[in-house]
Design a protein around this ligand. Structure first.
Ligand code: ADP
Length: 283
């Protein structure tokens, strides 16, 4: 069975790994820098582990995230290189050296050129999302906190903890309201009916680039998720970030069309942000 063979190919024994310094912590995971001994070479990697191994639901999500990521291969998506069954279960990912885009923006406020970096990152995020769409994956947690930078000119999408593969003959994924819903990033059909598809990811893409063009501001400030939803339902939207070009803000607004059929596709978004930049293919 070729699937089983593929599966063995990406498993790695714990003795092939050396864990180094802690480089990041999310709600569920701790991420360490590390080394992977791979036949004759040693590769710098990121090792992601669960913070609370005890919770069954965490374990299930973590396994699902690994299974999802191992099938993806695109320069705008963080690559999962190996899985170590442990215990504990560990994901061995490509090391994305500059870390989170929010941190980067915060540290480089004065030497970022929005017309250049913000546009390139937006194009790359749209391009990675188009790849997910082509492979029928819905991300469900697209947000600036889940975008990492491998260089100043290469953004990568990470954190596939909520992602789902759309089943054959199904146009959207139906979720029951769970504990971990980033409501401020969610489209109306998602918070109202638990429906998730590429068009609800497009809504989240709009919020993500709003965060970027706002130099890392938090959407809807300190409002609660439910209050933000109320605004959306009344037809209001996030305001134009200071100095954001009109055509970019208009694109965000299109992503936030209440009717999902009026939102742009990731293909259109990639082309829009790619226009007059030659940087998109920098890896
Ligand atoms: P969680 O699933 O708990 O939200 P994340 O996947 O967001 O955890 O990881 C937490 C932090 O670890 C990120 O914000 C980032 O700073 C860092 N990180 C995650 N993956 C990598 C990676 N492949 N390379 C470098 N840093 C990473």
């Amino acid at each position: 069975n070729s699937n089983e063979k593929d599966e063995k190919d990406y498993l790695v024994a714990p003795e092939k790994l050396i864990r180094g310094e802690l480089i990041g912590e999310g709600e569920f995971a701790s991420v360490f820098e590390g080394r992977l001994f791979n036949s004759s070479e040693v590769i710098k990697v990121a090792i992601k582990t669960l913070r609370d191994e005890q919770l069954e639901s965490n374990q299930e999500n973590f396994r699902r995230e690994a299974e999802m990521m191992i099938r993806l291969n695109h320069h705008c998506i963080v690559k999962l290189l190996r899985i170590c069954l442990g215990p504990p279960l560990q994901m061995i990912q490509e090391l994305v050296p500059l870390g989170s885009i929010l941190q980067f923006i915060d540290n480089h406020r004065n030497d970022i050129n929005p017309d250049c970096e913000f546009k390139i990152w937006s194009a790359q995020i749209a391009c990675g999302m188009k790849y997910l769409e082509d492979n029928r994956f819905v991300h469900r947690d697209l947000a600036a906190r889940n975008i990492l930078l491998s260089s100043k000119y290469q953004a990568k999408i990470s954190d596939f903890g909520l992602s789902r593969a759309l089943e054959k003959d199904h146009d959207y994924y139906r979720a029951l309201q769970g504990g971990r819903w980033p409501l401020k990033w969610y489209a109306p059909e998602s918070y109202n009916f638990g429906q998730f598809d590429h068009k609800s990811d497009v809504w989240s893409f709009g919020v993500t680039i709003w965060e970027i063009y706002s130099f890392g501001a938090y959407p809807y400030g300190d409002m609660k998720g439910a209050e933000a939803i109320e605004l959306i339902e009344q037809g209001e939207r996030l305001q134009k970030p200071e100095d954001c070009p009109d055509e970019i803000y208009n694109k965000m607004m299109e992503c936030w069309s209440f009717n999902k059929d009026e939102r742009p596709t990731f293909k259109e978004l990639t082309e829009f942000f790619q226009s007059d930049t030659d940087y998109i293919n920098i890896k």
